[in-house]
Design a protein around this ligand. Structure first.
Ligand SMILES: Nc1nc2c(c(=O)[nH]1)N=C([C@H](O)[C@@H](O)CO)CN2
Length: 122
């Protein structure tokens, strides 16, 4: 299966377990890998037949603005659910980084994979 990716998408959101984090915007950096079959779109040169990565980025920015969570785990899980519900995805991998959250670490975060990874048929 083909993969569309989004790399280092920066979003501002309210996130954190500590009281002081509830009142400020912090940046998260997101990487996504989304499986789809790109051949119908490539054959017809038609954006409607593939995953529109610009529309997905826009949706993610909106999601980050409209939610406030304590944990990056909750942010990741809820975002994955939203994208799977609103876009024709079979599988996705989402990495959420919280840069500068921990002293001496460039960033901390997690990677989740959700959905069913379709069988490879080359
Ligand atoms: N597994 C996690 N650990 C921690 C989180 C988190 O979201 N998931 N968050 C924090 C704080 O909010 C941190 O980002 C600032 O110190 C701590 N640990």
């Amino acid at each position: 299966m083909d993969r569309i990716f989004i790399e280092a998408l920066d979003v501002d959101t309210v996130i954190g377990v500590y009281e002081w984090e509830r009142t400020i915007l912090q940046s998260l950096s997101l990487d996504l890998v989304l499986t789809t079959d790109i051949r119908p779109a490539a054959a017809s040169d038609d954006l409607r037949l593939t995953l529109d990565y610009a529309a997905i980025c826009q949706r993610i920015q909106h999601f980050a603005r409209e939610h406030r969570f304590a944990l990056v785990e909750t942010f990741a899980e809820r975002l994955a659910e939203t994208l799977r519900h609103e876009f024709p995805l079979t599988w996705l991998e989402l990495t959420v980084r919280k840069p500068g959250a921990v002293p001496h670490a460039r960033s901390v975060g997690l990677t989740i994979r959700r959905g069913t990874l379709p069988k490879e048929n080359v």
